[in-house]
Write a protein that binds this ligand. Sequence first.
Ligand code: PMP
Length: 311
Amino acid sequence: MTAQGSSLRTVWDPAGPAGLPFGSNSMQHGTAVFEGIRCYATSRGPAVFRLDDHLARLLASARQLGVPHDYDLPRLRERVLAAARAGGPDEVYLRPVLHTPDERLGIDLARFRFVLAVEVYAMAGEPATTTLPAGVRLTVSPWRRPAATSFPPQVKATGTYVVSALARTAAVAAGHDDAIQLDPVSGRVAEATVANVFLVRDGRLLTPWLADGLLAGITRDTVLVLARRLGIEVVEGPVEPADLSRAQEVFLTGTAAELVPASEVDGHRTDPRGPVFRAVAEAFRDTVRGRRFDDLGWLTHTSLSRHTNPV
Ligand code: PMP
């Protein structure tokens, strides 16, 4: 994780108050929906990676949870780009959060008014190519993901991150860096606490299929697309916990952390500098900064889009 840790600023929508009251429903019950989006430095200035894919997922989260709001895709786009442009480093992590400032009791979300705020975090920027990560130590958590019949896995709501926090905190207390969580119904590998998981076995890239209750990560999708372009065989399918101890490489993917290799899973050693990880990670860092595969249309340049989305 290259995040600098603390927030640079919060950009409140003038449509709502600046601040989230302690008694608000989103604060008390974790009912906000959110996204995490990266803006990278490119030779044509800062560019947001897969902006519309993230915003479409935010709108889908709000729709599935029944969160009432007045935002459409162009309005969200304008607000997130404005937050990215507000000065500071080119490389930032943007977190648009649809939350309710309403201080009333009740949990029928249709009764509340939801507004947007965008939290902006500084990121460290591109690491030197000579820096090879040491790899994280993973463990399979006894705490499973929520069943897809208990909470929809595609809804990114603030409250559900308590589930991830429980598993991560327990894993770190036991001497690991992160936890892999299983689907409670199938018992198969779902994802890590805030990231998707990939395994490499005999040169082939494998990641759990969406049937096992994981978030359809946008970085996961990016890795699948890039790996195919690199000629790597990729499989989305059922992943048993035992497959982890047969993998030569394991790595995690997420917008904030990007691609993070593992050095072990519950004592089984995996190569954090393996050839598949290195090839995909290099393609990823070039793609997000516009040096490769620009034809995919994944970059929204913040300066070029300034006049195209007036509000
Ligand atoms: N799974 C979970 C539970 C997450 O919180 C995240 C981070 N959003 C991911 C996977 C990775 O998703 P993405 O690549 O879209 O950031």
